[in-house]
Write a protein that binds this ligand. Structure first.
Ligand SMILES: O=C(O)CCC(=O)C(=O)O
Ligand SMILES: [Fe+2]
Length: 279
């Protein structure tokens, strides 16, 4: 089984996309409106930023969670004991952003958010009636003007050979948020776990846009849309010497949005962050 790549401009794109999300937790789009040139520039300029000491001036603030997260404090996925081999920067429009990187990254943030609202409309449109009626408000409305939506610029450094035993670039995990929008990275490695337990590569040709379901949409849909495990495996051979940059946009509803009988977006997020030990 492979993940099918869906042409965003095809007549049946919305239906195919939502079927793919329902079956695998992932949908991969080509021919979409996100500008490749912009993504390419962002990869290049942030690669330089991660290779400079300037990043240390932006050390993340624990209270607000914006800024640079060095490899030493990087995440340990839920249920794992070894840290991921990565460093990253959390971009929020209200947060600190290096001045020279600001315009491009905020343009991307806005464009990706606009597309995400449309994709959430697709999800809603092709949800069965009993699922649709679980949504407390329309899905695109949940993320409208949300201050919580987070753009993470990730840098997976070249492999040094001194990595901790068993460490990989990103250990298997599920995303916490509603939906994640991710342009294919500049290097391969992203895999998703299918229902049968097998891991397959997510088609990561440069220019593909990868969308995956997070736990919040799983919760809000009563499990109809699955938040599936994914990971980033380590490179082999010559690729070991290369950095990998990726750019997931984690769509977070406004805090007061009711996800289910049990949770608002805020109470859900707090519970998960507490579990992760980051708050
Ligand atoms: O780097 C990638 O391709 C995926 C990253 C990811 O899954 C995450 O940060 O949640
Ligand atoms: Fe993820």
């Amino acid at each position: 089984m492979t993940l099918e790549t869906i042409d965003y401009r095809a007549n049946d794109a919305a239906e195919k996309f939502v079927t793919s999300l329902r079956e695998t937790g992932f949908g991969v789009l080509t021919n979409h409106p996100i500008n490749k040139q912009l993504v390419e520039e962002i990869y290049q300029e942030w690669h330089q930023f991660f290779n400079s000491d300037e990043k240390r001036n932006y050390l993340f603030k624990p209270e607000t969670q914006d800024g640079f997260f060095p490899a030493e404090v990087s995440e340990t996925a839920k249920g794992h004991s070894v840290k991921d081999i990565k460093e990253y920067f959390h971009v929020y429009p209200w947060g600190r952003i290096p001045e020279t990187l600001r315009d491009n990254i905020l343009t991307y943030y806005n464009n990706a958010n606009n597309l995400a609202a449309e994709l959430l409309e697709w999800v809603e449109q092709y949800s069965p009636a009993d699922v649709k009626q679980k949504f407390s408000i329309a899905l695109p409305k949940m993320i409208e003007n949300s201050q919580k939506t987070l753009l993470r610029v990730l840098h997976y450094p070249p492999m040094s050979g001194d990595e901790e035993m068993g460490a990989i670039r990103a250990a298997a995990h599920e995303d916490i948020n509603l939906l994640t929008v991710l342009p294919a990275a500049n290097e391969p490695g992203l895999q998703v776990q299918l229902k049968d337990g097998n891991w397959i590569d997510v088609p990561s040709d440069f220019g593909n846009l990868i969308i995956n379901i997070g736990d919040m949409l799983q919760e809000a849909s009563g499990g109809y849309f699955p938040s599936t495990s994914h990971r980033v495996i380590n490179p082999e051979g010559l690729d070991k010497t290369k950095s990998r940059i990726s750019l997931p946009l984690f769509l977070h509803p406004n805090p007061e949005v009711k996800l289910s009988d049990n949770y608002t977006a805020d109470s859900y997020l707090m519970e998960r962050l507490r579990e992760l030990g980051v708050i």
